[in-house]
Design a protein around this ligand. Sequence first.
Ligand code: PMP
Length: 311
Amino acid sequence: MSDSTLIWQNGTLKPWHEATVHVSAHALHYGSSVFEGERVYATPDGPRFFRLADHTRRLFASARVYGIDIGYTADEIDDACREVVRANGMDAAYVRPVVFRGAGGLGILPKDDVVDVAILALPWGSYHGDAREQGADVCVSSWNRAAPNTFPSWAKAGGNYLNSQLIALEARRGGYAEGIALGCDGLLSEGAGENLFLVLNCELVTPPTSAGVLVGITRDSIIALAGELGIPFAERALPREALLYADEIFLCGTAAEITPVRTIDGTPVGHGGVGPITRALQDAFFGLFDGRTEDRWGWLTGLDEPASTRA
Ligand code: PMP
């Protein structure tokens, strides 16, 4: 990245190389950061954030779990997200607000007052490359998601992503695009950085929010779109073998969007190819950004619009 890329840090826009962190930062040693991943899409009406207010709400909820005082209001964080995209002159972007315990002593017990906030905006296309069309080859990980009373999965905290890295690195070593982890109960949970959906007997099913998953905003969007399309849907605890019974499987997230899964541990999913329910949901989802799907939820907001969608 060049210095023409600007980063918002603690209230000011800085060139890329000036947006630095001290080596004593608590988050570097102890994983005490919370963050978001958001997308801005180039739409016929210009650049639009997708569910900005919901991402900011989750950022504040994650911070609350760890007792981190962000030091800005939610509206100020929304404004700063928009500002950094505008300042970089971007039509489409992946936006990464990160809040972390900053420089100070090296004690595990954090000092309440040292909190840094930064927001990056980067170009980021399809996370799993051409898998959006072809489907991804995925494995079941030998690593489990953390037990519920260890690392809270609803919080999008930096430390949680050590587990995600183990899953993703193992998958990559095995030649897979991604790994799906089981929860500590042996039931299906989610991918390293995506929620998981299966189509079983024409019903769309996803593990419940108690399954050690991040409660994804894309997951929620897909549930709403499935409702619009009249696709039967249930949240249900699922055993691992459901992956082999499924007619369709896909992973979803802000970065991954809707990525179909074509093989699980080398076994083709369903009849191969991208299944009709996955395709219909992809059409509805991507249609939000090219005007084919009506945004009846107020999910899309412009770079100059106030965060009026906050409940
Ligand atoms: N699970 C994990 C572990 C993730 O990192 C992500 C990506 N943020 C998701 C699920 C999907 O969440 P969202 O749709 O809100 O991006």
